[in-house]
Design a protein around this ligand. Sequence first.
Ligand code: PEP
Ligand code: MN
Length: 337
Amino acid sequence: MLIVMKPDAAEDDISYVVRRAASLGLTPHVSAQNGSVLVGLTGDKRGLALDSMAGLRGVARVQPTDHPFRLASKEFRREATIVSVGGVSIGSTQVVICAGPCSLETRGQVQQSARAVKAAGGSLLRGGAFKPRSSPYAFQGLAEGGLQLLADARQATGLPVVTEVLAPDQVPLVARYADMLQVGARNMQNYPLLHAVGETRMPVLLKRGMSSTIEELLLAAEYILSHGNPNIVLCERGIRTFETYTRNTLDINAVASLKELTHLPVFVDPSHGTGKASLVAAASRAAVAAGADGLIIEVHPEPEHAWSDGFQSLTPAELTALLTQLAPIAQAIGRSL
Ligand code: PEP
Ligand code: MN
């Protein structure tokens, strides 16, 4: 539910509405829009006679929200949210390229990858130190050692870094090294983890669960928002369908749908979305054309020797060629790369 204040509402009127909502056990979220203040109310509204709020001084109207997600909706906030990651703005006119290896493996591999991303024109470096692997026998990541390699690569190149956090108790450690916390597809509905990253106020890259609907993705974002963290970038990374030729089915519809539904920026992961290096360029071109605010792409100096996901990783030369192709597509829809 949204309380829309009159344009000339006084500070006292707004704070009275906020106190009244809090006294009813609700959490008020104040934002501004087109010269009016909005007070979004979240919490359990059962049994509360909220229509009476319409009569309070300074209130223009009380508006029920149509969506089960509220803070993430465009009703709550019409202007696009811009998330700043170490000085890189996501959600403005520039299409942001985040690239790097699936897993952080060795100092040489991380440094080479970082230099390749920088040289190709990427703005953010990715790499996993805590890896969510389907098999317990597969490489699970270098843990803090990997985070240190990532931080060293940031130091060497100036690229802010994005890395996955798998569990709530890892959040303080990962937050010490990362510029952006990644919540992976397998954890999209790990509510204690969403709560923990929500408490940090750090930028969060929230990947869509492989069997999750668009609404479930937005509700996962709502958990983070409702814990006070507005710095969320959503990521379409492909969903499970009957198709087996590709690893996942990249849902380009989700990009346009999310742009209709939410003010949060939207990334696309064409690497996990296709699972084939040969398809990454086409999927990336489609994602930029559909309005994605950025891409997260796996790249490895030697994909054939990667410790994870080499089959879907680009070489540095392929990344450079891809970014060259994407620039005119971004331009054609009024953006830059
Ligand atoms: C990843 O980006 O490294 C990853 C594991 O992706 P996802 O969570 O989308 O599978
Ligand atoms: Mn991967």
